[in-house]
Design a protein around this ligand. Structure first.
Ligand code: COI
Length: 363
């Protein structure tokens, strides 16, 4: 069915956080643990389409214990950020990409697609009403978490006839604390993230749920993050628990796994590939064997590894570890290409550099 976009009705929170509560909450927020005063919502019913577009006070969701999302994880989500510029204007970064990816995830999860106009309107209106929650400190931003959930009370394994769309907002700083050493990464041998034909390229809860046990395994080995290999041959590097991977060769070429259907098409991944090409570098998107990376590091041909994502931006990788190897990339410290990319990307996001690609969407 077709739906016509309509503005979101605003029902303001009568008891918003006081200035002092907000300042305290925003001082050094743990990623995703602080939430603003409002959330966006819309409701879909089979036959009716999307209705009840609204911005409401943040509150727990009354939900039937039989709601399909609780049993079969029929859901999809997004992650993007709003940035405050020096002139106090607020900008979303490439939100159209997130709209398109949420629609693609929705198709894979047999959920209704939310029109891009509604997606953008929900973000603009939520950020506007909660604008005091958008941090102005360097490196901080307002992380937006759009969500589609199947709410029909039904234990039948079939698409829900009721779906809720929600957006929460969280002031955030760094996702992973970065130091003068790059992160140590555990290469998972026993576990895989996604298989061909599965949900690996959709942004859906199950992929992240499946990464938690391997992530614990990583922690147990003194590593901050896990890197997955392909499920079919156990040979090619895919992605980390919530970030895409990039490798820099000594000749300056940058390698990254191609979007084969099992990895998430990251917006930060795409933006960095574009910025790398802008800076005259050669980028290779292709299958990359773990052996190529390990041998390359040993031979000094791979000189830098980093991970990238919306939440984490760029995380330098200093070490790759598994049962049968432990290799340090260069001297283990963050490399220049990752640093250059954080600079180039955040300069655009925070309005310090010209937005030549038209990536910013002013709220
Ligand atoms: C993001 O980067 O926005 C994600 O959704 C990844 C998650 C690990 C926080």
């Amino acid at each position: 069915e077709t739906t016509t976009p309509a503005p979101f009705t605003v029902i303001p929170n009568r008891r918003p956080a006081s200035d002092e509560e907000r300042w305290l909450a925003m001082e050094d927020p743990v990623f995703g643990k602080v939430f603003t005063d409002h959330m966006a919502r819309a409701t879909w019913r089979d036959g009716e389409g999307w209705t009840q577009r609204r911005i409401v006070p943040l509150a727990p969701l009354p939900m039937h214990p039989g709601a399909a999302v609780l049993h079969y994880a029929q859901q999809a989500f997004e992650g993007l950020k709003a940035y405050r510029h020096e002139d106090d204007s607020i900008h979303l970064f490439r939100p159209e990409r997130n709209a398109a990816r949420l629609a693609a995830s929705a198709r894979r999860l047999a959920l209704p697609e939310l029109p891009a106009e509604d997606f953008l309107a929900s973000l603009e209106e939520l950020v506007t009403i909660d604008q005091q929650w958008v941090p102005g400190t360097p490196g901080a931003s307002l992380y937006l978490r759009p969500l589609l959930i199947a709410t029909e009370p039904s234990l039948l394994v079939q698409p829900s006839d009721e779906v809720d769309y929600l957006v929460t907002a969280s002031p955030v700083g760094a996702y992973i604390a970065t130091g003068d050493q790059g992160a140590s990464i555990w290469v998972s041998k026993g576990y895989h993230r996604a298989n061909a034909g599965g949900t690996g390229e959709a942004k859906t809860a199950g992929n992240y749920a499946a990464s938690m046990l391997p992530q614990l395994e990583a922690k147990a080995h003194g590593c901050q993050q896990v890197l997955f290999l392909d499920a079919k041959e156990d040979r090619y590097v895919e992605e980390l628990g919530g970030m895409n991977l990039m490798a820099v060769r000594a000749d300056g070429t940058v390698l990254t796994p191609s979007l084969s259907g099992t990895i998430l098409p990251g917006v930060t991944r795409d933006s960095i590939l574009t910025l790398l090409k802008d800076s005259g570098r050669t980028v290779e998107e292709r299958d990359i064997e773990l052996a190529e990376i390990l041998e390359g590091i040993e031979a000094g041909e791979i000189v830098e590894l980093f991970a990238c994502g919306t939440a984490a931006v760029v995380t330098a990788i200093g070490r790759l570890v598994s049962d049968d190897f432990d290799v340090t990339v260069g001297d283990g410290s963050p490399g220049p290409v990752g640093a250059e990319m954080v600079g180039a990307l955040t300069d655009i996001q925070y309005g310090r550099a010209e937005d030549t690609h038209g990536w910013l969407h002013r709220v």
